[in-house]
Design a protein around this ligand. Structure first.
Ligand SMILES: O=C1O[C@H](COP(=O)(O)O)[C@@H](O)[C@H](O)[C@H]1O
Length: 256
């Protein structure tokens, strides 16, 4: 796992624009290296701003979107098209506006999908979809070039919440019942699955995230503060605005 590094931008708007620009470069580099690219999407407010910023950048057309695989790190287990689904947000703000190959877009199942309202079966189905795309030598997961995470006020990432039993799940995808943040039923990649990504970017905006950001970078344990347990294989990048970075310790300040 890689050491965390931190980049701080003046406000949420600049943060979203910077993350969008980084994301395009990351996808371009991956396509130059591997002929294809893969991204794991997140939900939440800053993610939506990033998606809008990607679409607004002219350089978006430099990416060959037909050779991008799109996965999700977590999903709110609601009917397809529900406005609170992370998929619905990503499609309306980003995916529907890009020339992607629909076969390479991999949403997590909805609660009115083939498994009905059974999140455990839906999680198992998504695990199978991931395994079917696994690279040789990796039994359960495909290669993720970059995995995006929002950070909750409580330090949750994806739908891995503090002190939740999902921390003791050994499979890469888990159903989550009793989420402290609505809706109560969700599906998530677990931290070990998240941590197989080449790069993990934790994106946080606003003063209500400052305490969680500070604790995650200051040695909190992952069960107490899940964001502390998210790390990419080659890079772990915290992308913050000034308000979210307000309590970050001086050892990171040279990067501000
Ligand atoms: O419920 C969720 O929340 C987090 C963070 O959302 P935000 O609006 O506080 O930025 C998000 O990362 C996660 O994917 C989502 O399911």
């Amino acid at each position: 796992m890689s050491e965390a590094s931190v980049a701080v931008h003046a406000d949420a708007d600049l943060l979203a624009q910077a993350v969008a620009a980084r994301l395009l470069v990351k996808l371009l580099d991956a396509q130059a290296d591997r002929g294809q690219a893969s991204v794991v999407l997140t939900g939440g407010r800053i993610a939506a701003a990033v998606y809008r910023a990607v679409v607004a950048l002219p350089a978006r057309d430099a990416v060959d979107w037909a050779r991008v695989d799109v996965w999700w790190g977590d999903e709110r287990f609601l009917p397809a098209g529900h406005p609170e689904r992370n998929e619905t947000q990503a499609r309306s703000q980003l995916l529907d506006l890009l020339p992607l190959d629909p076969a390479r877009v991999h949403p997590m199942p909805a609660s009115d999908g083939p498994d009905g309202a059974d999140p455990e079966a839906a999680a198992a189905r998504y695990a199978e979809e991931l395994a079917a795309a696994a690279r040789p030598g990796h039994a359960t997961l495909p290669h993720f070039d970059v995995l995006l995470l929002g950070v909750g006020e409580d330090g949750h990432v994806a739908s891995v919440f503090p002190e939740h039993r999902v921390h003791y799940e050994s499979r890469p995808v888990s159903a989550v019942r009793g989420s402290p943040k609505p809706p109560p039923v969700r599906i998530t990649l677990t931290l070990p699955a998240i941590n197989t990504a080449e790069e993990v970017w934790l994106v946080a905006s606003g003063s209500d995230k400052a305490a969680a950001v500070h604790m995650a970078l200051d040695g909190a344990g992952p069960v107490q503060l899940p964001a502390a347990g998210a790390a990419g294989v080659s890079r772990t990048l915290w992308l913050l605005d000034r308000a979210a970075a307000a309590d970050v310790r001086p050892r990171f300040r040279s990067l501000r």
